[in-house]
Design a protein around this ligand. Sequence first.
Ligand code: CTP
Length: 394
Amino acid sequence: MSKRIIIGITGSIAAFKAVQLISDLIKMDYTIDVLMSESATKFITPICIQSLTKRKVYVDTFDEENPAIITHVDIANKADAFMIVPASAHTIAKVAHGLADNMLTCAFLAATCPKIIAPAMNVHMFQNPITQNNIQILKNMGVYFVEPQEGLLACGDIGQGKLASEEALIEALEYVLSPKPLLGKKVLVSAGPTREDIDPVRYITNHSSGKMGYALAKAAYDLGAQVTLVSGPTHIYKPSGVKVVDVTSASQMFDAITAISNEQDYLILAAAVGDYRPKYVSNEKIKKDEDNMILELEKNKDILYFLGQHKKENQVLCGFAMETNHLIENAQNKLSKKHCDMIVANNLKDAGAGFETNTNVVTLITKNHIESLDMMSKKELAFKILEKLMKVEE
Ligand code: CTP
């Protein structure tokens, strides 16, 4: 069933950004109830929002249509999460002190679901100790804040006060809505390609986008884990709440992972690590003097193999296998050779699988089970993989 979210919009120029957010959340199958402060209606109109949500937008607490229900309580009771976006200094101050003088603040006080506040205001209003104290009061009560970004503000000042990006807002929503079975657990994920220098101009790499590893790191964070993502060079959005360690070469990735592998409960190696690197890296650009050129390569250390050799008791180790033929056989060999608890195997030739896609088609291989999954988004698959790994541990 679709999750029900209350979006409270307050009087800030960033109110127009809530329109896009609402439109995108509806496409993601959320049901959205919108409550606007009187000031918010000076920036955008209820009819604009209502056209997207197809539901009544409330402003006034006493706008009661149905005598059988008290709207602010009814809406609050049905919500799975409550998000004030953008949140003005004034509304933050009101909700921090339990003031309930409009539909939005009444419903906020009545709601017992997880709450998120995304402030947007002038930098000095945001930094003012009054606002900061109010934010701290709410944080102490478990309200999740999505910090505003730094930048050029509508007023012309430069500083922190811009509404957080839509990605960060959706991430926060997914985080508060998710159960937390991995609370207290440490998860390390490797992601992306590695890059091996040939000379100052050229390098060897592969087509990995990092999408699967990033989805796993984000899912593990949503499930409550403390997550470290060791990432090769990628261009994708870094999930907030996840500690990202950027590396370039396979040996840097080896060092970054092995430095912290002992303390991890789960090690998930989704990176496409280069198997070889140039034996000699030229300090100068190599000129094209010869007709043929031979590049001598030497083997990189196999991180997954190393972790399998040094596996701690109760540690769960998961590797990936990307194959173009004999998928199951090759993946099973990797499982035993590298002492893994699970291999996520995918065939590069399957439609919907592979590097740049947002979907994947995989087979989950453990010592005693082979489970072939249908094509699904990498985001959905990340949760499936973690679900399976949590059972491996038991
Ligand atoms: N891997 C690793 N370190 C390497 C190479 C691979 O940790 N130097 C990990 C990958 O992150 C992945 C798994 O090993 O989880 C499988 O990688 P893959 O390259 O498919 O397997 P290889 O053992 O290198 O075998 P081959 O390339 O011959 O298929």
